[in-house]
Design a protein around this ligand. Structure first.
Ligand code: R5P
Length: 317
């Protein structure tokens, strides 16, 4: 990896087509504009990319999520390759949503470990480092042999909730794996902890077995890393309401909102659901109870600090 001298190397921020609105917000936060890039399909759907500005010696940051469609991954790899071949001083993949992270171990015979494959592809394409927000599992960091700055959206959500009167609050973990995250919110916002005992009879099907903890008459906050079909959250909200919960707030860093998630969540008895803009949500995927909070300031600060060789972990404090 080339050493970057901040005095002689300028930031170059470029974006694929995966989440251009977020990339533009990051550029505004940094007080600049996105680099001019051509990303066009050939007639057969193959992707052509070209960086239309000088890259030589620049500290290059490429903003592109790796969630579906699969073209997002190919675009990121092509842009990294283009930047390396154009003699970028350093290339950082800024992946706001790291897709394919759910397959992170061989828990059944003959399955792929998608998260490791993604990490290999990004590294072999030539990325010198990676910045991302809320991996599905924190240990995905270890799949990379390049430095990873793993950011948390928690401070963005905490700021949002501090403006609301949530007392008396119970932070509810949506499953056993979310207990640590729930503790993090309870520590910052005050309140008790409860847990949903969830099982998955089939992939993408969530069933609540039990609510562990007292939520009667309390406001509940369910934090999660992602909402895909909305099944986990809809079932959890219904179970909490059955147990006598007052208001129910939900948040998730990554609002995938696949299939019928919007109608499932719009019909669920929840008071507010907050997601971030790591995944672009067009108007038809928005409804009145949805709040979209931006991680652009967080990512811009991380980019600035990486460029200046100052602490990134300071952003979590
Ligand atoms: C589970 O491990 C995750 O944190 C989410 O709760 C889950 O992926 C959400 O999926 P869905 O919205 O399809 O229930």
């Amino acid at each position: 990896m080339s050493a970057i001298d901040p005095k002689s190397s300028e930031i170059l921020l470029l974006s694929g087509t995966g989440n251009r609105p977020l990339a533009e917000s990051i550029a505004r936060e940094l007080g600049g504009v996105l680099c001019d890039v051509t990303v066009e399909p050939f007639a057969d759907g193959e992707i052509f990319v070209r960086i239309n500005e000088n890259v030589r010696g620049r500290d290059t940051f490429i903003v592109q999520p790796t969630g579906p469609p699969a073209e997002n991954i190919i675009e990121l790899l092509l842009l990294i390759d283009a930047a390396k071949r154009a003699s970028a001083a350093r290339v950082t993949a800024v992946v706001p949503y790291f897709g394919y992270a759910r397959q992170d171990r061989k828990d059944q015979p003959r399955v792929a470990i998608g998260a490791k494959l993604m990490a290999n592809m990004i590294t072999h394409a030539g990325a010198d480092r990676l910045v991302s927000v809320d991996f599905h599992q924190h240990q995905v960091q270890a799949f990379f042999d390049i430095p990873v700055d793993h950011l948390y959206a928690l401070p963005v959500f905490v700021e949002h909730y501090k403006e609301r009167d949530l007392d008396p609050l119970v932070v509810v973990a949506s499953d056993v794996g979310a207990a640590k995250m729930a503790r993090g919110y309870a520590r910052r916002l005050g309140g008790e902890i409860a847990m949903i005992d969830k099982r998955r009879p089939a992939p993408n099907v969530a069933e609540v077995v039990n609510v562990v903890g007292d939520v009667q008459g309390k406001n509940c906050l369910i934090p999660d890393d992602m909402i895909d079909t909305g099944g986990t959250i809809a079932e959890a909200v219904k179970a909490l309401k059955t147990q006598g919960a007052a208001k129910v707030y939900v948040n998730a860093t990554h609002g995938l909102l696949s299939g019928s998630a919007v109608s499932t969540l719009a019909e669920a008895p929840l008071d507010e659901i907050a997601v971030t803009d790591t995944i672009y949500l067009p108007e038809q995927k928005q409804w009145p109870a949805l709040r979209i909070l931006s991680v652009a300031p967080l990512l811009a600060s991380a980019i600035r600090n990486i460029h200046d060789n100052t602490s990134v972990s300071i952003l979590f404090e």
